[in-house]
Design a protein around this ligand. Sequence first.
Ligand code: SF4
Length: 320
Amino acid sequence: MTLLKVDELQVIVRGGMAVDGVSLTLGQGEVLALMGESGAGKSLTAAAIVGLLPPGSRMKGGIIAFKGKRIDQSNRAGWRKLRGKHICAVFQDPYGALDPLQTIGVQLTQTLRTHQPQLTRALLRDRVAEWLEAVSLSADRASAYPHELSGGMRQRVALALAMAPGPEILIADEPAAALDMPLRAQLAGLMRRLAQAQNTSVLLISHDIRTALAAADRVAVMYAGRVLETGPAAAVLQSPRHPYVAGLIASMPGLAERKHRLPVVSGRMPLPGTAPRGCVFRQSCHNASDQCRAERPAQPASGAACFHPLPELADAGIRA
Ligand code: SF4
């Protein structure tokens, strides 16, 4: 079942088109990683989905639907209801989700009590301990204040706070970006396990290919406000068809065994409102043709938005 459907989303930032025609679906229990460089439009896409677009930006077109019902025109009360229970979010900076003046035990208790008011005090205590354990923290951490925990621990507490209400969708915007590489993979794996246990769907925003690999079923790769390639995570990451996606993967040394080098991306991503006519990647693409300069390739439901996609690799990870 499709829980979330984003169709032809457009977001404008200070007059420039920062998200231009993005379409995505998120199925029940699925983990979709929305990947791309900083400024590609992935965080704005996520912010539009939860109705939290930053000042200076607005949705210009498209539809966002949750369980078949349009939510992008919700009023403040509608968003509050959706965000509190059905769609929860965890962001890069866990301090945004944590109250520095309350212990994490108190914060977890308040969250659980809001969504399960029938729980007795003893049961609440048990649930707090269970949630701490679920995010690999000992129960005695309940008495700790956020500043007494490491960055990785704080991010795990933020994850527990987001997952405790039992949301149907978790939006995770670069939750591991501030952590060391081993901790990133750990957090991504933990998030996937928790989501699977609760049948929660996850939209994971990440610029880190390894994090996406560790957590996602499917990936969608953005560039200059467009989705350039989408499909099953293993297929896209091992045998990318879009020249930009192939270059992005090539820039990650040691990601896969390769006999030959993949083409590395050169040039800069166009800023919002400055994308060229035709394909948004054409100024950096070695394969650009007259068609690429004249027309913009449409985003397919699965595959590469490219007039001349790279051939599928028989031996994944190897490109001549
Ligand atoms: S559409 Fe053309 S310019 Fe764009 S990525 Fe494909 S080959 Fe390159």
